[in-house]
Design a protein around this ligand. Structure first.
Ligand code: XMP
Length: 519
């Protein structure tokens, strides 16, 4: 457990709960998100957080069996902020009244301080122009305040837009201060944590020191193995663990022959030569490419790669004497138990490749030093540990590698062409200073040959497609709007520099309905 002052976010299932945590982390406040039904009165009393935020959510407090905050939230003497659904359940639970239905409000609204309320306390630094733009999204509304509360902010349609009981530091807002569309929402959250007495002591330097101490305490003098993919998460985890326990860490890098140009060498050079981390480089391209011969179904490809990966990893790990721990780059979004109201399993679009299930099978305990971090915090930690920016800012690369960028049958010839085309494309993007603006960019080689003319001769070569997307989390994505000049120049370079390709397309599908990768 962290030593930091902790803020607890009770999650009622809003789509934007994670953003509350993001905003708080930006304020150097450590916070945890827990589903409403996993927080007990007893736990709150035994280990009280310094403050609580109640999130929004899709339910209606007027419905029977709708979620409630544990009553202890209001009894342990800490500041509480209710947001949207959080406001409504707070009012209901403390003796106010909420009505549903007849008035729905979505989108932009403006709030202003209620009469007699000055720009101090929760409102410090706000209302410079007399009002603040906010983002509303609710169907229900508070119709009677709980005892002790007063209205401190209103909007045209929401007489109870902001309510508060300053004596107890209980506040509640009908809008969402955590989203971008509430431009000064961050100031409101900052005021709340200041009133709650947070020191703002959550920094990457302190996280690094604590994580190192924690790893040492957990591992003692035993050995850890870490699967290295060359991606940011496993790399940062490896460097951090190495800082903690030195040569007690061994990394296993399974090279499936589906990596980009020079990628294997770069990973090995960086970890073995630069960081001096003991590294096993298992070159298994023959094994993987052999098993994939003649396979063109995307799910069969993914499952074959996943299965072989685990086999190889297990075999290599077994050679490391005395290994008792497996390190994984698990991030906080993977850990948060999301609140599901539908309860049904979601449809599998693609079988993702990971090492899940391995630790139990191998009898290993887990070391997961990034469990409390979001992706951009992992990057910040990487910088803190001295990993080069060029490495930290790399676009995501999928576990099954180039296999899913080569629709249809995979051949060595296609992979070689794909590697070279991809290198030219990424070089173009870097030269034009666009790399950091794009979330992910790559080439896919299409399973068709087309006719072209080069010099005086006919060509009959592969077509490829370029992909570049903007995204926040990979769940949704938009294609990147390159200029025609850029696209033209890139197509010319690929065709001139990469033998085997004579036609270039630009993929302008968004996600949904497409996915980012081809398969
Ligand atoms: P899709 O293609 O599903 O991809 O829109 C979303 C993001 O996930 C990456 N991706 C994977 N990452 N193992 C991974 O580690 C996988 O099996 C895998 N499949 C897709 C993809 O590159 C994109 O960033």
């Amino acid at each position: 457990m962290t030593q930091h002052q902790r803020l607890l976010i009770v999650d009622f299932g809003s789509q934007v709960t994670q953003l509350i945590a993001r905003r708080l982390r930006e304020l150097n406040v450590f916070c945890e998100i827990r589903p409403f039904n996993k927080v007990t009165d007893a736990a709150l009393r035994a280990d009280p957080p310094r403050a609580v935020i109640l999130s929004g959510g899709p339910a209606s407090v007027t419905e029977a069996d709708s979620p409630r905050a544990p009553q202890a939230v209001f009894e342990i003497g800490v500041p509480v902020l209710g947001i949207c659904y959080g406001q409504q359940t707070m009012m209901q639970q403390l003796g106010g009244h909420v009505e549903s239905g007849h008035h729905r409000e979505f989108g932009r609204a403006f709030v202003q301080p209620a009469e007699g309320h000055r720009r101090e306390g929760l409102f410090r630094g706000l209302f410079e122009t007399g009002r603040e733009e906010v983002w509303m999204s609710h169907g229900d509304r508070v119709t009677r305040l709980a005892p002790g509360f007063e209205v401190i902010g209103t909007s045209a349609n929401a007489p109870f837009a902001i309510v508060g009981d300053a004596a107890r530091h209980f506040y509640a807002v009908q809008f969402h201060p955590e989203v971008h569309h509430t431009p000064n929402g961050r100031i409101l959250l900052e005021n709340f944590v200041r009133l709650a007495g947070f020191a703002g002591d959550w920094t990457m330097a302190s996280y690094r020191d604590e994580a190192v101490a924690k790893i040492r305490a957990q591992v003692g003098d035993r050995r850890v193995i870490c699967g290295l993919s060359g991606g940011v998460d496993s790399s940062v985890a490896a460097v951090l663990i190495h800082e903690a326990i030195g040569d007690q860490l061994t990394c296993v890098f399974v090279d499936h022959g589906l990596l980009r140009l020079n990628e294997a060498e770069e990973v090995v050079t960086m970890f073995r030569d630069h960081y001096n981390i003991p590294l096993i480089h298992a070159d298994e391209s023959e094994l993987f490419l052999g098993a994939l011969e003649g396979v063109s179904d995307p799910e069969v490809k993914r499952k074959t790669i996943g299965r072989l990966f685990i086999d190889v990893f297990q075999r290599e790990a077994a050679r490391i004497e005395g290994a008792e721990f497996l390190a994984q780059g698990t991030l906080y979004p993977d850990v948060i138990e999301s609140v599901s109201f539908s309860g049904g399993p979601s449809v599998t679009i693609k079988s993702h490749h990971n090492v899940g299930g391995l630790p139990e099978k191998m009898g290993l305990k887990l070391v997961e030093p990034l469990r409390e971090l979001f992706k951009d915090e992992v990057r910040a930690l990487g910088r803190e540990l001295g990993l080069p920016d060029s490495f930290i800012g790399r676009h995501p690369f999928p576990g099954p590698g180039l296999a899913i960028r080569c629709p249809g049958e995979i051949t060595r010839e296609k992979l070689e062409i794909l590697r070279r085309a991809d290198a030219v494309y990424i070089d173009q993007i870097r030269k034009h200073g666009l790399y950091d603006e794009i979330w992910q960019a790559f080439v896919a080689i299409l399973p068709v040959r087309t006719v072209g003319v080069m010099g005086d001769g006919r060509t009959y070569d592969f077509a490829c497609s370029l992909r570049a997307v903007t995204s926040v989390d990979g769940m949704t994505a938009d294609y990147y709007p390159f200029t025609h000049d850029f696209l033209g120049e890139t197509a010319t370079r690929i065709i001139n520099e990469v033998r085997g390709i004579n036609r270039v397309m630009y993929d302008i599908t968004s996600k949904p309905p497409g996915t980012i990768e081809m398969e």
